[in-house]
Design a binder for this molecule. Structure first.
Ligand SMILES: Cc1ncc(COP(=O)(O)O)c(C=O)c1O
Length: 399
């Protein structure tokens, strides 16, 4: 024997988004005027009614273990939300409450994958999916999309990547990093494919409340009985209710999948935080006005940012319809030179921007999107204006 780490641990890459955000925070702590476009979390505080529910829970001594997959009252609240917002009928025993959406997703992959099973992931993707699949002994299969199709995968794309080892598709709508939403028609076509192939669909709807303009969020499981039976619908309160630190995610799934996830969770972590569960109940059942005002503010920033970026030289983007990201296609910029040297990659753009312009952006190589970077508008308007001025100055120097 030796003290070597496991092959699994060695195969996992640390999250580069967290690394960039940490770097920006470090510079800020040194007193440098940094603009951080890396944020993957709302800049708002958790609404007061939610905080008060948590304080009440503590004062009432709701501080003990709960059932491992969550309290019955929170599961019922989640069922109500699924019914009213998503048009989905789940019973409480089909719900598993976990320590954040990330935990829900890792539970799912552990519940459905055997070693070597393949999971198709449309790219650009949120960088954690492939790592989560690998941690569950699965094999992530990247399904490339195009700018022209708004970075959305079609049945033809899935058909090309499908093998007899394919077990599931991961779909993320609204998407991090692209901000795009799948339409009802697009989802119907994918649902038909999933039913025909008899595989699972893991539907990550974490940003479901954050949609803008005419964009309609559709849950793929709502498109019929057969697709419902093959869908695991994941969401959480982190992004919509500014509750990233509370760590509550949840999912609705076929009963056998829910039971398997609950069993895994019962040994791995036991219940999610009891106080955060009470806070989540308030988030889902209490007044929704904070959500509406946060969304309004995001929308203002989104419109401003899109209009600025789309008019900058050497880059382009689609108008985002959801989440809080503008996804920038900088492939042309990477071919140009900065201070006499070819820029080459989005990673180098991010390096130049942080080192020479005190501006943090997320390069998207790890999202399987070379030549692209992601800008979050979960920061103040003042910061957005300042940061975009800096990015524009940088782009104007390219030759
Ligand atoms: C697409 C997507 N899904 C899931 C999550 C997980 O959210 P959390 O674990 O904070 O609930 C995130 C967070 O960044 C995300 O962007």
């Amino acid at each position: 024997m030796s003290l070597e780490l496991s092959k699994k641990a060695l195969a996992v890459k640390p999250s580069s988004t967290l690394a960039i955000t940490a770097k920006a925070k470090e510079l800020k702590a040194e007193g440098i005027d940094v603009v951080g476009f890396g944020a993957g979390e709302p800049d708002f505080n958790t609404p007061d009614n939610i905080c008060q529910a948590a304080i009440k829970a503590i004062n009432e001594g709701f501080t003990k273990y709960t059932p491992a997959a969550g309290t019955v009252s929170l599961k019922k609240a989640v069922c109500k939300k699924f019914k009213e917002f998503n048009g989905l009928d789940y019973t409480p025993d089909q719900i598993v409450i976990s320590n954040g959406g990330k935990h829900s997703l890792t539970n799912i992959f552990n519940a459905i994958l055997n070693p070597g099973d393949e999971v198709m992931i449309p790219a650009p993707y949120w960088l954690s999916y492939p790592e989560m699949v690998k941690m569950a002994d699965g094999v992530p299969v990247t399904v490339h999309t195009s700018f022209e199709n708004e970075y959305k995968a079609t049945v033809a794309d899935f058909e090309k990547a499908f093998t007899d080892k394919t077990k599931a598709i991961v779909l993320n709508t609204p998407s991090n990093p692209t901000g795009m939403l799948y339409t009802r028609e697009e989802l119907q076509a994918i649902a038909d494919f999933v039913v025909e192939k008899d595989i699972y669909i893991v539907s990550d709807e974490m940003y479901e409340y954050l949609t803008y303009g005419e964009a309609e969020h559709v849950s793929i499981a709502s498109l019929g009985e057969e697709i419902y039976k093959r869908t695991i619908t994941v969401s959480g309160v982190a992004k919509s209710y500014a509750m990233t630190g509370w760590r509550i995610g949840y999912c609705g799934s076929p009963l056998n999948v829910a039971k398997a996830m609950a069993a895994i969770q019962s040994h791995a972590t036991s219940n999610p935080n009891s106080i955060a569960q009470k806070a989540t109940e308030e988030a889902l059942l209490g007044p929704q006005d904070s959500l509406v005002s946060m969304r309004k503010e995001f929308n203002k920033r989104r419109e401003y940012m899109y209009n600025r970026v789309v008019n900058m030289p050497h880059v382009t983007c689609h108008e985002p319809q959801g989440a809080f990201y503008v996804f920038v296609d900088a492939r042309e910029a990477t071919k140009l030179s900065y201070k006499g040297e070819v820029v080459g990659s989005a990673a180098n753009i991010a390096k130049i921007l942080i080192e020479d312009y005190n501006t943090a952006v997320i390069p998207c190589e790890d999202f399987a999107a070379d030549g692209h970077f992601r800008l979050s508008y979960a920061i103040s308007m003042e910061m957005i204006e300042k940061g975009l001025d800096r990015i524009e100055d940088f782009l104007n120097t390219l030759q």
